[in-house]
Design a protein around this ligand. Structure first.
Ligand code: SF4
Ligand code: SF4
Length: 327
C-alpha cells in the first residue's frame, strides 16, 4: 500500500467537517451540548478541537484495510463506554452528565417504537434516517451505542460460524411485531411504566442473545437476527448509493467470509458478487482478500475514492455522536 502524507486533503476535510458540525451545535443549541462546556465556561471549544483531532487520527488509522477492523471495534466500543459511562454517572447523581434529565431507555428498538407509543419526540427517528441517507446501514457498524457490545461478543470467537438462513426472516418478523404490539399498547392505553418494562425486557433479551449466541458462534446474532433497527438500517440503507462489491478477480476462496461478523458473505453471496442483505458497510472484509477483490462503490466513483469518502463521512458522524450523544 502506497504511503500517504500525514496531512492530506481527506484528513484535513475530516478535521474541518468535525469542527464545523460541532461548532454549529455549540452555537445554535440552547443548552450546552458538549460535556466540558457544562463544567467549564467556553471549555466546549477546547473539546471541539480535541474531537476534531481525534476524528482525523482515527481516519488515518482506518484507512489501512488490514488495520481498520481492529480500530473500528475499538472506537465503537469507546463510544459505547463514553455513552453508558455518562448515563451511569448521571443516574448516580451527576446530573450534568445527562442531556435533559428526562430518562429514556437506551434500547435501540425504542428509536422506532418510542415515538409510535408516545405520538411525539421524533428526534431519534429523524437522526437515524439522516445517517441512513448519508452512510446507508453503517449506523450498525459505527454509530449505535449497543451494537458495539454485539461486535465485541462476536469477536470472542476467532472465526464466525454458519448461521441459519431463516434468521433474517425472524428479524423482519420481530420488526413488524414490535411495531404492531406498540400500536396496540397505545390503542388500549397501557401505562408508560408497563411499556417501559416491556421494552427493558426486550433489551435484556437482546443482551442475553449476545452472551449466549453471538459469543459462541462469532456472528453478531443480536444485530443480524433480533434488533428491529438492524432490519431497518440494512433495508432503508439501500436508499444510499454506497455499496460493497466483489470484483471479477474473486477466486471464490471464501477467506472474506471469515472476516464478516454480520453473516453477509456466504458462498452464495460471493458467487453473486455482492454481500448479503445484512451487510453494514463495515469494511472488515476488505483486508482479508488476497486478491483485493472487495471494494467500496459510490455511483461511478473510483473504488479507492469511494472508500475514502465513506470513511470521511462515517468518522465525522461517529465523532460528533461521541461528542454529543447522551440521554
Ligand atoms: S442492529 Fe440494533 S443494536 Fe445492532 S447496531 Fe443496529 S441498531 Fe444497534
Ligand atoms: S460484507 Fe464486508 S462490509 Fe459487509 S458487513 Fe460483511 S465484513 Fe462488513
Amino acid at each position: 500500500m502506497a504511503s500517504r502524507k500525514y496531512l492530506d486533503a481527506p484528513t484535513i476535510t475530516t478535521f474541518l467537517l468535525t469542527m464545523t458540525l460541532l461548532t454549529f451545535l455549540q452555537l445554535k443549541l440552547p443548552n450546552p451540548m458538549l460535556l466540558l462546556e457544562r463544567y467549564v465556561p467556553r471549555g466546549g471549544w477546547l473539546e471541539i478541537f480535541a474531537l476534531a483531532l481525534y476524528a482525523s487520527w482515527i481516519f488515518k488509522k482506518s484507512r489501512d484495510p488490514f488495520q481498520s477492523p481492529k480500530w473500528r471495534l475499538r472506537i465503537w466500543l469507546g463510544f459505547s463506554i463514553v455513552f453508558f459511562g455518562q448515563l451511569l454517572l448521571g443516574l448516580a447523581g451527576m446530573d450534568r452528565m445527562l442531556m435533559t434529565g428526562q430518562l429514556h431507555l437506551p434500547v435501540p428498538a425504542m428509536i422506532v417504537v418510542g415515538p409510535i407509543f408516545r405520538g411525539e419526540r421524533f428526534f431519534m427517528p429523524i437522526l437515524f434516517l439522516s445517517t441512513v441517507l448519508l452512510v446507508g446501514p453503517a449506523w450498525c457498524s459505527y454509530l449505535c451505542y449497543v451494537g458495539a457490545w454485539d461486535g465485541f461478543a462476536a469477536s470472542q470467537r476467532n472465526r464466525p460460524m454458519k448461521m441459519p438462513r431463516w434468521r433474517r426472516t425472524v428479524q423482519i418478523i420481530i420488526l413488524f411485531a414490535v411495531i404492531v404490539v406498540t400500536m396496540l399498547l397505545r390503542m388500549v392505553g397501557v401505562s408508560g411504566i408497563i411499556a417501559i418494562w416491556m421494552a427493558a425486557a426486550f433489551g435484556i433479551g437482546g443482551v442475553g442473545l449476545m452472551v449466549s449466541v453471538s459469543r459462541k458462534r462469532g456472528v453478531m446474532t443480536h444485530c443480524t437476527s433480533y434488533c428491529p433497527m438492524g432490519a431497518l438500517a440494512t433495508w432503508l440503507g439501500k436508499l444510499n448509493p454506497f455499496r460493497i462489491r466483489i470484483t471479477s478477480s474473486c477466486t471464490e476462496c471464501g477467506r472474506c467470509s471469515l472476516a464478516c461478523r454480520y453473516d453477509a458473505l456466504k458462498m452464495a453471496d460471493i458467487k453473486r458478487r455482492q454481500p448479503g442483505s445484512s451487510c453494514t458497510l463495515c469494511g472488515d472484509c476488505l483486508g482479508s482478500c488476497r486478491d483485493q477483490s472487495l471494494e467500496y462503490r459510490f455511483l461511478k466513483m473510483n473504488p479507492d475514492k469511494a472508500r475514502t469518502l465513506f470513511l470521511v463521512i462515517v468518522i465525522v458522524l461517529h465523532t460528533v455522536f461521541l461528542g454529543v450523544a447522551r440521554i
